[in-house]
Design a protein around this ligand. Structure first.
Ligand SMILES: Cc1cc2nc3c(=O)[nH]c(=O)nc-3n(C[C@H](O)[C@H](O)[C@H](O)COP(=O)(O)O)c2cc1C
Length: 429
């Protein structure tokens, strides 16, 4: 079936900056994440400060042709005007007509449709999509342009960089010329994955900002682990907003506004906002989960628990076993049991005076390497970023470095202990 027609682009369609404003000029964005940025997670993230969310990447062909897949991935409440906006729906595709067919199903339930040009996994290589389209600019142009011309909502794109900044710029220009209204730039090449992940390069995003038309809307992606990374990234890149995946998954409060920014509340109180206790965070997630319809949210919940509870599960292996036993059909009562178990443990932990005294955030005074990343020691019963070990080493120093060099003196008060230091790029997992 041919659904594309080469008519002029509807004049009512929002373009770049107007689309951005229409979505509320978002600053803090939840990234598209397969099996992880589903409705319940988006609702939780919005409660905790996210301004805009992306759906997981959907396979255009399956979405267009398999009703069961579509129903599983995009339920009645997905994209709901009151519960799930603003929302960008992301697809991977390598056939323009199929992409358009898929996108037509969601155009009335989202603010824009995004094309995934960043996935570096082998499955994307086999299927020829994501970052493996980087070699076929003609096809990329067609994929974007067909949506630009035929869809009622704008099209956007999420890209990885090339090694050369000049080539990345040419690439970005081509994508914009095809009709993309917003560009998300992940500052890693497609080779940077697994053990080669490394730090995202914010300077290349700055280069695009400085060399594309000034009105281009750019979202910067990569390296957000702590709340202060948001402003550092915006400053370093000049982007309109930041997008987070791993940082958001391990601590969905990453985007919360610290109380001390706008009130006289002392900074040490921010510990509960920025690194919430896991019992409190889990209860909040459970409350969202139980009220969220759709298979996708329930299926994703086990992985979410593993990520949120990561530091805790290494110590409380009985809870780990309970999470591991969850499966796709687990009833909501099983999640309730785990939530209650974690609540009980954290409650008991904090009855102990020693633990209450340790319930602070300590941060290193010194950058851990040339990137300037600073590690913070956060009690294991609180949400925190994850530093992935690479070749057996904890990336960017980790705990070892904190112990060696830079403990804050015992007599420092809690406010000082939480004081935010200026850091350069934090480690990205
Ligand atoms: C669990 C997971 C699933 C992801 N799925 C997608 C996806 O569906 N589409 C996409 O464009 N990127 C996907 N990514 C990549 C992220 O959107 C993001 O570009 C990358 O993780 C870098 O951002 P970060 O440093 O904040 O993690 C995924 C990442 C993770 C961790």
């Amino acid at each position: 079936m041919t659904v594309a027609s080469q008519q002029p682009v509807p004049t009512t369609k929002l373009t770049g900056r107007d689309l951005y404003k229409h979505m509320g000029s978002p600053k803090k964005i939840v990234a598209p994440m397969v099996d992880q940025s589903e409705l319940a997670w988006r609702r939780l993230s919005r409660q905790l400060g996210a301004d805009l969310c992306y759906t997981p990447m959907f396979h255009a062909k399956q979405f267009a042709t398999v009703e069961k897949y579509r129903a599983q991935m995009f339920d009645a409440l997905d994209g709901d005007k009151t519960a799930d906006r603003p929302l960008v729906v992301q697809f991977c595709a390598n056939d323009p007509e199929t992409l358009l067919q898929a996108a037509k199903f969601v155009e009335d339930h989202c603010d824009a449709v995004d094309l995934n040009l960043g996935c570096p996994q082998n499955i994307a290589k086999k299927g020829k999509y994501g970052s493996f389209l980087q070699d076929d600019w003609d096809l990329i142009y067609k994929l974007i342009n067909i949506l630009h011309v035929n869809l009622s909502v704008p099209v956007t794109a999420k890209i990885r960089m090339f090694t050369s900044k000049e080539r990345t710029l040419e690439y970005a220009k081509m994508i914009l010329s095809a009709g993309a209204q917003i560009l998300t730039v992940h500052g890693r090449t497609r080779e940077m994955k697994g053990q080669q992940t490394g730090l995202a390069d914010w300077s290349i995003i700055r280069y695009l900002r400085d060399n594309l038309p000034p009105d281009t809307v750019i979202f910067a992606n990569g390296n957000l682990l702590y709340h202060e990374d948001i402003s550092r990234c915006l400053e370093a890149t000049g982007a309109d907003a930041v997008m987070s995946a791993e940082g958001n998954l391990h601590n969905p409060a990453l985007f919360c506004q610290p109380l001390s920014y706008s009130t006289s509340i002392p900074a040490h109180e921010d510990i509960d906002v920025l690194y919430p206790r896991l019992d409190i965070l889990l209860r909040r997630y459970f409350n969202v989960l139980k009220d969220t319809p759709g298979e996708a949210s329930r299926i994703a919940a086990k992985s979410h628990l593993f990520r949120i509870l990561r530091p805790f599960l290494g110590i409380h292996i009985d809870v780990r076993a309970e999470v591991a036993a969850l499966h796709k059909q687990s009833p909501i009562e099983d999640f309730a049991t785990i939530t209650e178990h974690v609540e009980k443990i954290v409650h008991n932990l904090l009855l102990d005076q020693n633990n209450r005294e340790r319930d602070i955030v300590r941060r290193s005074h010194q950058p851990l390497d040339d990137s300037g990343a600073v590690y913070k020691d956060i009690p294991y019963w609180r949400a925190q970023p994850y530093f992935k070990p690479v070749s057996g080493q904890i990336l960017y120093g980790g705990k070892r470095k904190l112990e060696e060099s830079a403990e804050i003196p015992d007599n420092a008060d809690k406010r000082e202990k939480l004081q935010v230091v200026s850091t350069k790029q934090a480690a990205s997992s």
